[in-house]
Design a protein around this ligand. Sequence first.
Ligand SMILES: CC(C)(COP(=O)(O)OP(=O)(O)OC[C@H]1O[C@@H](n2cnc3c(N)ncnc32)[C@H](O)[C@@H]1OP(=O)(O)O)[C@@H](O)C(=O)NCCC(=O)NCCS
Length: 134
Amino acid sequence: MALESHAVTAAHWSVEQYREAFSSAGPTRLFLVIEEGAIVQGFLAARVVDREWEIENIAIAGSARRRGLGTRLLGEFLNTAHSQGGQAVFLEVRESNLAARKLYEKWAFVESGRRPGYYQGPHEDAITYRLDLR
Ligand SMILES: CC(C)(COP(=O)(O)OP(=O)(O)OC[C@H]1O[C@@H](n2cnc3c(N)ncnc32)[C@H](O)[C@@H]1OP(=O)(O)O)[C@@H](O)C(=O)NCCC(=O)NCCS
């Protein structure tokens, strides 16, 4: 949560939302953490329903960005999703979040739509992306 709270463009969850995400109720989730030494430098959260994955969040600590950690984290996730029989991955991102959009496009995600006014604070459209794993 400390890492996420410093990543302004990340999705922000409350303690209750994290507790619920780690409980056995609800959809199956995958959380990946990337560490250097004993320091958590980033994480990715995703959930799966019927072989379709949704990336819910990805964040790398501010001081550790632009060193390929996000690329590794996302690559590890895609390998895992594929090896577990996943067929597609979806996500949405703020239109202005060029760093994240470049990261997704680097892994061959393609734009699939727009959700007008999807985000608040600040108000902004979401761009949706999809990657076919088959
Ligand atoms: C998006 C994020 C996870 C990328 O992590 P990262 O470790 O810095 O990414 P990488 O170093 O692996 O870079 C991957 C690619 O993303 C792009 N990229 C990353 N940061 C960028 C920036 N500031 N500006 C432009 N492109 C950028 C580049 O294309 C880069 O590839 P390249 O280095 O070969 O040019 C990171 O910026 C972050 O945590 N942002 C805040 C949280 C967030 O917005 N999450 C997304 C929610 S949908």
